[in-house]
Design a protein around this ligand. Structure first.
Ligand code: ATP
Length: 457
């Protein structure tokens, strides 16, 4: 059970060295690990896979829940000024007419006459060159392609029965503005938050779970008095950047990038992206936008409902402005995985470890009986029983203890609790720390307190 601490290790590849790595190497390694250990699988793989669609496996589902839980904790639980909702995914065209998505939620699509491949014109490095087949001058005229998925409600496919899968969760907060404000007696500045699935018929999905057609978003619409909008915009930019740092992404892999005026969405007055340094370069992780009063005004005009705030104390009536930090849960999970992935050499062997923040790790602990002897397993199950009400805990009896440690390292489990033959005599277990690989021997009675102290930080 004794291992060499990583301080004595060589060949460590901290996440900060991303740029120096071979292009795509880290991405491939993370994608492989995700499949091998049960984080993420290609959807419908036995049928050849469904392009750019993914299923979250046993540990991936746990981690994705943890990402969303960490967001909800920071954005709703710890904030007296934010409430949460859970709105419908299907919505009528009227919503998207008012929001401007039917008209403007488009990407410029170009098709190569030579190979037939479709591209997003705004993502081409050279607007003349097809990145697929290398032909020059074969890309057709761009046309605006609407990204919304349309379907029909009810048994008859006819005009009037059209509905859309939401391409963002935000409209759920706008159309419910008056309901929520009244039900909870809220006074700006206040926020309405939501986590849920969104769908976009992306022209070029790819880079694993970075850009998919079905994904999860975590969005906050923060309603403020108009004069306070720019101050709150700055506040949320800093706050959101800090959230990723607090959950373990090194600062040099993150930056804030303000959008230029040509880049902004149709509703936005100012936007900054929280960007992450992916293996292929800097890219969006989250967008923070000042949506002004655009959405509430449009919905008020289109629905005929008053969507404004009346301050009884001052007699003032106004349409609040909105600051929106909009993050992707699945994209954030990818960034957390990429940043956490490390390899290092320990006693001549390569150790792969996900240094995930304990709040994000699929399991916070694993209980490992040293052998498969029945009485040892029974004692280990009792230990599992004391931990399981507090945390998500894995239980593994297969293979050698060394291999089980390696498996837990690859899952990012912060603590392994080993039950050995001495445990049966002295009621003590060995706790091994994922990052330092240091081991502590302590009484089972003290285990919950010991882990609480470390996992609460
Ligand atoms: P991009 O420029 O990457 O297409 P966007 O600016 O259109 O993104 P927003 O509309 O700001 O994205 O959505 C907010 C967040 O939702 C993004 O920062 C990202 O984390 C997530 N997101 C958006 N589209 C996708 C997608 N196709 N797959 C996964 N996550 C996405």
């Amino acid at each position: 059970m004794v291992e060499t601490a990583p301080s004595a290790a060589t060949g460590d590849t901290p996440a900060g060295d991303l740029a120096a790595e071979q292009n795509g190497e880290r991405l491939d390694a993370v994608v492989n690990l995700c499949k091998r250990r049960g984080f993420v699988f290609q959807s419908a793989e036995i049928y050849g896979g469904f392009r750019s669609t993914y299923d979250y496996g046993p540990v991936g589902a746990l981690m994705l829940r943890n990402v969303k839980e960490a967001w909800w904790r920071a954005m709703v639980q710890l904030r007296p000024d934010v409430v949460g909702i859970d709105a419908a995914i299907l919505s009528p065209p009227a919503v998207w007419e008012a929001s401007g998505h039917l008209e403007s939620f488009t990407d410029p699509l170009v098709v190569c006459r030579e190979c037939g491949r479709r591209h997003r014109e705004d993502q081409l490095e050279d607007s003349e060159l097809c990145p697929e087949c290398g032909s020059r001058g074969t890309l057709g005229e761009p046309r605006q392609f609407n990204l919304m998925f349309r379907t029909h409600a009810g048994p008859v496919v006819e005009t009037g029965a059209e509905v859309y899968l939401r391409p963002e969760t935000a409209q759920g907060m706008f159309v419910n503005f008056a309901n929520v404000q009244r039900a909870c007696r809220l006074r700006p500045p206040f926020g309405v938050a939501q986590i849920g699935k969104s769908f976009r018929n992306e022209i070029t999905p790819g880079n694993f779970i970075f850009r998919t057609r079905e994904f999860e978003q975590m969005e906050l619409e923060f309603f403020v008095p108009p004069a306070e909008a720019s101050g709150w915009f700055e506040y949320w930019c800093a706050e959101r950047l800090g959230w990723y740092v607090g959950l373990g992404i090194p600062e040099d892999l993150l930056r804030l990038r303000p959008h230029g005026p040509d880049e902004r969405s149709h509703y936005s007055d100012a936007t900054s992206d929280v960007e992450f340094r992916y293996p292929w370069g800097w890219g969006e992780l989250e967008g923070v936008a000042n949506r002004t009063d655009y959405d509430l005004r449009r919905h008020a005009e289109h629905s005929g409902e008053k969507l404004e705030y009346f301050d009884a104390a001052t007699g003032e009536r106004y349409v609040p402005h909105v600051i929106e930090p909009a993050a992707g849960a699945t994209r954030a999970m990818m960034a957390f995985l990429l940043a956490a992935y490390h390899t290092e050499e320990v006693r001549g062997e390569t150790r792969t470890v996900l240094r995930l923040h304990h709040r994000l790790a699929p399991y916070q602990a694993a209980v490992l009986p040293l052998s498969r002897k029945e009485h040892l397993i029974e004692r280990a199950r009792q230990v599992l029983g004391t931990l399981a009400p507090h945390w998500m805990v894995d239980f593994d009896v297969t293979q050698s203890i060394g291999r089980r440690y390696r498996r837990q390292d690859e899952l990012g489990t912060p603590y392994c609790v080993t039950v050995d033959f001495e445990t049966l005599e002295d009621g003590a277990v060995t706790v091994r720390d994922r990052d330092s690989m240091a081991q502590d021997r302590l009484a089972i009675d003290d285990l919950v307190g010991y882990l609480h102290e470390r996992l609460a930080r």
